[in-house]
Design a protein around this ligand. Structure first.
Ligand SMILES: [Zn+2]
Length: 470
């Protein structure tokens, strides 16, 4: 398989350090809110990368972190009169619902920044000892000027990268490009003890720490959105390579941007969509298909029309798969051996075309095209005429095989657990009202008790029964 390596700006043969084993680190979300449509892309794309490497017989160790301490999380906690832990745990749970909804497999490990403070402190200490970082009044900063290779991922010289850098009021760093590894805590903020006093880690350092702890000093693939190349990934490289003295990641894969109705997505423009909101209206599966419908480095435009096209495409897949299942139940005829051989040859060609596309820098657009060509072929060659046992079994096997790599057709989990539960409660409340109308008091009481066991109380009002959770 070849992948485009941002570091070398070339498509390169993907060769892991240890044969057959891929160590992958993906930067995960800062958990202070629901994820938005732009966040869905790397999640879906790199899930497909992982599935494909596994499909080709590789072992994948996939690490995706949660940034669970950050200014945004602290601000949110303050707004809600809550604490950082409650906010981060809430949105980790919501993230997991969305990821499962999008048919994204859980990472091998989902480490959290706050559970890796010792590793973070150890790396910062080494960076200070080696002269790459310095402490000022409880803050610790890294000096990119001390690392000759700084800028190698974004392919820009330090002077160009420096042009946008500033020292804000209250910041104690020496040079504008310096970035914080450790921040002294302000009064009332969460903190951890460190050799530099009470404080918390900066954002970039956590990925260097968690990547080393779970995957080792040199990893195979580091991935994320293009917006992370600078400064986040550039800083990760600087920290890790200055600390460990060996290359950090051998391949860097970055997905392209998402626009909404051909504009950059932003809250102020009002074109900001969370995955949850879209999923509740249209389901998760069309979002997943849209996210992988283009080669991952190309930009994607999110629009109502593009989502509807994906929904229609999924219907075609579902119709074919359902027809195969239905025919399998009814099939009694056997497939002639020469016909079965011809079908197998055709299926083998689809499989080969699929792999050629995926081997070419994860060209999911062509791979999906191949799956739809296969569906047309199955509709024409297998699902017409009298159903045959072996032909249907072979067609189902190749369909499931290719579909599973892309993860397109799947049983969708409900968008939210509570939506399901609410529907169930409404149904019981209605049934109780009917029972009362019919003067079936025993049944009405039974339902009240059942709801009580679920933590629901009912209040009878002139407008009907109201319920609430207690
Ligand atoms: Zn990161």
């Amino acid at each position: 398989m070849k992948v485009f390596n941002t570091l070398t700006r070339r498509k390169e043969e993907l060769i892991p350090l240890k044969a057959g084993e891929y160590r992958i680190y993906a930067c995960g979300p800062t958990v202070y809110n629901f994820i938005h449509i732009g966040n869905a892309r790397p999640i879906c794309v790199f899930d497909v990368l992982r599935r494909y490497l596994e499909y080709r017989g590789g072992k994948v160790i996939f690490v995706q972190n949660f940034t669970d301490i950050d200014d945004k999380i602290i601000n949110r906690a303050n707004q809600e009169n809550s604490d950082y832990k409650t906010v981060s745990e809430t949105y980790i749970a919501e993230y997991k619902k969305d990821a499962a909804g999008l048919n994204v497999r859980p990472a091998t490990v989902h480490p959290k920044a706050t559970e890796n403070i010792d590793e973070i402190i150890s790396i910062i200490s080494t960076l200070i000892e080696k002269g790459y970082a310095y402490e000022v009044q409880g803050d610790v900063y890294f000096s990119p000027a001390k690392f000759n290779a700084y800028g190698k991922l974004s392919h820009q010289p330090l002077e160009d990268l420096m042009s946008g850098a500033r020292i804000n009021i209250g910041e104690l760093k020496r040079e504008p490009m310096d970035f914080a590894l450790w921040k002294a805590s302000k009064p009332g903020e969460p903190y951890w003890e460190s050799p530099w006093g009470q404080g918390r880690p900066g954002w970039h350092i956590e990925c260097s720490a968690m990547s080393r702890r779970y995957l080792g000093e040199t990893i195979d693939i580091h991935c994320g959105g293009q917006d992370l190349i600078f400064p986040h990934h550039e800083n990760e490289i600087a920290q890790s390579e200055c600390c460990n003295g060996v290359p950090f990641a051998r391949y860097w894969m970055h997905n392209g941007f998402i626009t909404v109705d051909n504009e950059k997505m932003s809250k102020s423009k009002g074109n900001f969509f969370t995955v949850r909101d879209v999923a509740e209206q249209y389901g998760y599966a069309p979002i997943r298909l849209l996210m992988i419908s283009c080669q991952y480095r190309s930009p994607i435009n999110y629009s109502y029309d593009s989502l509807m096209q994906c929904k229609a495409s999924l219907e075609r897949l579902k119709t074919c798969r359902d027809s195969l299942a239905f025919s399998a139940k009814n099939a009694q005829a056997h497939t002639a051996l020469d016909r079965l051989a011809a079908l197998q040859t055709a299926f083998e060609e689809y499989r080969a075309r699929f792999c050629v596309a995926m081997d070419d820098d994860l060209n999911t657009a062509d791979a999906i095209g191949t799956l739809f060509d296969l569906v047309r072929y199955i509709n024409k060659e297998v699902l017409t005429g009298e159903p045959e046992i072996e032909a249907i079994a072979a067609a189902t096997a190749i369909f499931d095989e290719l579909n599973d790599v892309l993860g397109l057709l799947y049983e969708e989990a409900p968008a939210a657990d509570t939506a399901d539960e609410d529907a169930k409660i409404d149904a019981l409340v209605n049934e109780r009202a009917e029972a009362r109308k019919a003067k079936n008091w025993a049944r009405a009481d039974e339902i009240r008790k059942q709801l009580g066991d679920m933590g629901i109380v009912i209040e009878d009002t002139p407008q009907g029964a109201k319920w609430k959770r207690v």
